[in-house]
Design a binder for this molecule. Structure first.
Ligand code: UDP
Length: 244
């Protein structure tokens, strides 16, 4: 049974990294496609404005708190999630835990050439894990069916969808009934990091919930989008005070 925390109408799983990894393990044993989204404050806020994104979140099999903002929000609302379970960290833990079982994964998303580079690094770093295929995230609607077939032919256990939010969540939702993978995870910039194209925030920033600050420094273009962070926190505090 899922234990979730309601954050502005979105049920985020109250789960540790270890439990999340085990849950994915059970998903891989069960039939059907399981969708996991890893919302950060920006996505939580986008889901307040976009009813389609909101219903996608409500339909998820697991929603993990990607970022200090979502963890803090859960604490402000009185039922804190035990820890942050970011998309990148979850993927690395899954690779570590299931590589020896010969887990197969498919990488979908990032710029041309990047997923291939990530595939090389993953195969070197996680012996036993099979990268069953990859595809960049800049394809046209005309190519969509062919790409879906390629993913299905790869017979992957896990599909990592790294096309940025909310594109990846919408793609996953609209394709899940046509996919034969067991688990599909929306992972944002994870493939960029696995390829070495972009870097994880240094430890100090990660430990202190300041990844957003590092990201702002690296990608100042995100500033407008990142205004959703204070908007999200204000909304959460307002909800805590007024119940609305
Ligand atoms: N991306 C993609 N297709 C697109 C737009 C973006 O594959 O049409 C990729 C982009 O190359 C990058 C990732 O999606 O690798 C977005 O990463 P970001 O960290 O910005 O994710 P977000 O924070 O938006 O979830």
């Amino acid at each position: 049974m899922r234990k979730t925390v309601d954050i502005l109408g979105i049920p985020v799983d109250s789960i540790t990294m270890k439990e999340a990894v085990e849950r994915v393990g059970s998903f891989m044993e069960e039939g059907g496609v399981h969708c996991i989204y890893t919302p950060n404050s920006e996505i939580m806020m986008a889901a307040q404005r976009d009813p389609q994104l909101r219903s996608i979140m409500l339909d998820a099999d697991m929603l993990t708190a990607d970022g200090a903002g979502v963890v803090l929000a859960s604490r402000i609302l009185g039922h804190g999630v035990p820890e942050k379970v970011s998309g990148f960290d979850l993927v690395c833990e899954l690779f570590k835990s299931y590589a020896h079982k010969g887990m197969r994964c498919f990488l979908l998303g990032s710029a041309p050439g990047v997923a291939q580079e990530a595939a090389k690094n993953i195969s070197a770093d996680y012996p036993g894990l099979i990268v069953a295929g990859w595809q960049d995230g800049y394809f046209s609607e005309d190519q969509d069916e062919e790409i879906t077939n390629t993913i299905n032919e790869a017979n992957a256990d896990i599909l990592l969808v790294a096309m940025g939010a909310p594109k990846q969540e919408k793609w996953m939702f609209s394709h899940k009934d046509r996919l034969n993978v067991k688990v599909c995870i929306g992972v944002g910039g994870t493939v960029d990091i696995l390829s070495g194209k972009s870097k994880l925030a240094p430890d100090f920033f990660r430990r202190n919930g300041l990844e957003w600050l590092y990201r702002l420094y690296k990608e100042p273009k995100r500033a407008v989008r990142m205004l959703d962070l204070p908007r999200f926190m204000t909304r959460v505090i307002w909800f805590r005070l007024t119940g609305k």
